[in-house]
Design a protein around this ligand. Sequence first.
Ligand code: ATP
Ligand code: MG
Length: 728
Amino acid sequence: KSAESVNYLKELNPPQHQAVTHPKGPLMIIAGAGSGKTRVLTYRIAWLIDQGIDPFNILALTFTNKAAQEMRERIERIIGPDARNLWMGTFHSVFAKILRYEGKALGYTSNFSIYDTDDSKSLIKTIIKEFSLDDKVYKPNYVLNRISNAKNSLVSWEMYNENPLFREEDAGARMPEIGRIYKTYAQRCFAANAMDFDDLLYNTNILFRDHLDVLNKYQHKFKHVLVDEFQDTNVSQYLITRKLAAVHQNICVVGDDAQSIYAFRGANIQNILNFKKDYPELITVKLEQNYRSTQNIVNAANSLIKKNKDQLEKNVFSENDEGKKIEVLKSSSDNEEGRAIANMIFEEKVRDGLHNSDFAILYRTNAQSRAFEEALRKLNIKYRIIGGLSFYQRKEIKDLLAYLRFTVNQQDEEAFKRIINLPKRGIGAQTVAKIVVLANEHRVSIWEIVSHIKQYIDGRAANAIAAFAELIQSYMIELEAGKDAHEMATHIAKTTGILRELYADKTVEGLARYENIQELLNSIKQFTDNEEVEDKTLPAFLQTVSLLTTADQEDEDGDHDRVTMMTIHGSKGLEFNHVFVVGLEENLFPSQMMLNNRADLEEERRLFYVAITRAEQNLTLSYAEQRYNWGRLTFCEPSRFLLEIDEQFLKLPKANKPVRKSFDDDNDVISSFGGARKSTFQSTSKAAPAPPSAKQRVLNNLKPVGTAKPAPEHKPSGNFVPSNPSEL
Ligand code: ATP
Ligand code: MG
C-alpha cells in the first residue's frame, strides 16, 4: 500500500473522521462551504472499500462528470485500480447507463438517442408550427420549461392534461394548448426512440415504479449510495436515490442549504428537511471549520448569508490566516472592468509567482465573458471559458454527430431533420415536414418512410431521399459488422461529403470548421484508444458526449494553466487562489428577473455566497458604472449585495486616481479610469445628509462616480439611458 493509503484518515478532523468511518445506516452532512464535505465523501468511499465493500456495489452521484473523475482518481491513489469499478457520475450519466440496460422494459431500445436542449427546443418549435400556434405567444423556451418542470415533479402528460390546475394556469398565461404540446412532444420523443435530459430521470423513476424486479436488482446491488451537492437534487432525483437505498439503508448525503442555487430547475431545499423524516435513524454530522479560505473571506460570506431568512443554523469559521480585505473594484465601463482585472492578474502573477490557473473570473451570465477575453488576450494570458458555446455545440460538430446518431438510431427525428439536406441534396423544408407528418399519420417511424420513399412521394426529391437512405443503410451495415466508434466516424465524415464541403471552403471560418471536425475525430480516437474504456462502439461514444455537462469542457490544447472563466452556477464545489466576482450591479446581479419576490432574491444571494466562498486567499468584487446592454450603453448601480457584506471585511474603492502601469510604486489595484478627484466623488452623492451614517458612507463610496465629466443623474433602477449619447 502507498503512503497515501495509510495516511488518509489522519487528514481529517474529528467530525470528518466520524463521518468517514460511520459504519452503516443513513448519514447526512449539511455543512458550510469549504468545510470538507467533498473530501469526506471521497475518503468515505475509500474507507468503505478498505472495509471490504466491492466498488461495484458503491454508487456515488456528483454534480459534474469532472467532479466524478477527480474523485475517482483520488480514490484510485488510495486504494488502487479497483476504484475504476465504482459506479460514479452525474445523475444523468449513471441513470442513462441503467436505462441502456433496462430501457427495453419501457419500450426503448438500448441505442436510444439523447436529445440535448437544442433538439428539444427544435421539436417544440416544430410542434408549435404543426399546431398553427403563434410562437410569439407560445415561446418555445417557456413551453419547454413548463414540460421540464412537470417531468421533474413526475407529472406525466396524461396527468398534466387531466389536472384542471395546470389547464387553468396555462389558460391564465394565454397558452391553453401546452397540455396538448406536452402530449405530442412526449409521444414524438418516444417514437424517435429518444430521451431528453429530464426523461433520463423521469424514466428511471417510472422504471423503478413499474418494474419491481429491476428495482430489486439495483437495490441489492448498491450497498452504499452517496450523493454530493445534495442541496441541488430535485424531487425526481431524490426519489430515485431513496428507492435505491431502501434495502440497505446505507445512504450518505452531503450538502449545504446555503448553496442551493437550482430552485429554478426544481431543486428543492425541502429534500434536506424531508430527509430527516424519511430516515428516523439518521445520524447528522456537523462540519464547521472551513479549510479553504482566509478568515476575512469566511466572515464576509457569513455576514452576507445572514440576510437570508430561510436557512439552517450554522457556524462556519476559519483558522487560516486572517488574510487580506476583500477588494471592491470600480470601473467606468465593462471594457475597463476587463482591462483592470486582466492587469491585476498580470501583475499578481509576477509579484506573487501565481499561475494562470490560480485565477477565476465568475459572472452571472455567459455573455459577460467578452470584455475579459479581449483584455486577457491582449496581455497574452491563457484562459478557458467553461459553459460558453461548447465545442460540441458548434454547428459542424452537431452535424456530424447527427449523422452518427442517425446511423445508430434511425428513429431520431431531430438528427434526421439536421442531416437530410446536408450536404445539399435539393430536399426542401416542405418535403421534410411532409415526411414527418406521413410518419405520424401512418404511425410508423421516419425511417420506415425514408427507406421506402418511392411508395409515398415521387419526383426529384424522392430520388434524393432514396440515395440518402442507401447511404445510411451502408453505415448501418458497417456498424453491424463491428467497426468501432473511430472507424465509423472517419468513414462517415469522409463519405457524407461534409468533410469535402468544408475542405472546399477556403475562408477562415471554413478552415476552422474543417479543423473542428478533425478535432472531433481526434477525440473519438482518444476514446477508442483509452484503456479504461470498455465499450468502444459508436453508441457508447455518443452517450458519453451527450452527457457532458457544461462544466466538463476540456482544454483544447491540453494546457491546464489557464485563467478560468465561468458562470457562478458552474463554479460549485471548485476553489481558486484568487477569485474575481464581476458585474456586481443591480439588475445584472441580482438579476432583474430575480427581484420580484423574497424566495428568488434569497436564491440570488445564495448564488453570491457560492461565488465568494470559491476564493482561498484573495477575493475581488467588481462593478462597472456603465455597460452595454442590448446594444445600448446604460448606467449601472452597484449591486445591493456589496452593501450587505459587513464593511469591516471590505476595502472599498478609493477616489479615482490616474492610471498606473507599474506595480512597484504601491500594492494598490491599478484603477484604470481617469483622474477625477474627491470633489467629483462628493458631488455625485445625492442630497448629502449630514452627518452620514457608516452604512451611508459605504453606500456613497460605492455609488458610481463621474470620470472626467460630471456624472449624469440616474434612476435608482439603473438601466437608464441618457437622452444625449454624446455625453458619454
Ligand atoms: P463546497 O461547499 O464548496 O463544495 P466542501 O465542503 O466540499 O466545499 P472540500 O472541497 O471538501 O469542501 O474542502 C475544501 C478544501 O479544504 C479542500 O482544499 C480540502 O482539501 C481542504 N480540507 C478539507 N478538510 C481538511 C482537513 N481536515 N485538513 C486540511 N485540509 C482540509
Ligand atoms: Mg464540495
